[in-house]
Design a protein around this ligand. Sequence first.
Ligand SMILES: O=C[C@H](O)COP(=O)(O)O
Length: 258
Amino acid sequence: MTTRTPLMAGNWKMNLNHLEAIAHVQKLSFALADKDYDAVEVAVLPPFVDLRSVQTLVDGDKLKIKYGAQDISAHDSGAYTGEISGSMLAKLKCTYVAVGHSERRQYHGEDDATCNAKVKAAYRHGLTPILCVGEGLDVRKAGEQVPYTLAQLDGGLADVPAEQVESIVIAYEPVWAIGTGEVATPEDAQEVCGAIRGRLAELYSQELADTVRIQYGGSVKSGNIAAIMAQPDVDGALIGGAALDADEFVKIVRFRDQ
Ligand SMILES: O=C[C@H](O)COP(=O)(O)O
């Protein structure tokens, strides 16, 4: 059986300026010990303008925490005002980049084709995409969460070869659970995360599917993370609000103690 190292990633969204980012990462680094990093991969996704400060801190203090961006341009360079390219993120030694977060889909009109282009852009620059998928409340009420989410997965991965997809992270985030305090039940999370793994096996191979990490996201806190992580197809979490509280984030990283 494949052992997948859990990935706990804090998506700060549009919070924490670069000075606050430094203080926050310092606080995390003081609290986290080698044994935490041995058990769990820990990452933060700050706003673009914080990344250089985070890089300087991580490099200078040789921290084990990883970091990445919340978005990436589908284009590599040129006249795309406001965009940030994969090569810029790679130069900042980002490991991860979130693609297709529901807030990008909802507020910035990103569709599956855009997400697919961004996944490919990430791989062109050696970045690992965290492809976000998940249904809204209307879809959930109609009981269509699995086919809806798998269609997003298919769209995001179109024409992406196995040798790239084997490193991808998929984040299942039911939109109705994001920032609402309404967490999916562990069984809800498992249903869709298991279906995602099944689809990866169909699209690629069982071996690849067993390697890919699938996160749950949506109102994760220290009080609910252990039950979610007990599900066989959940390999970590994409954490929003609770990641802004360093003590709470550390407790989530230490989910086995909760
Ligand atoms: O990227 C993180 C998710 O959108 C979850 O956010 P939340 O933990 O604040 O519900």
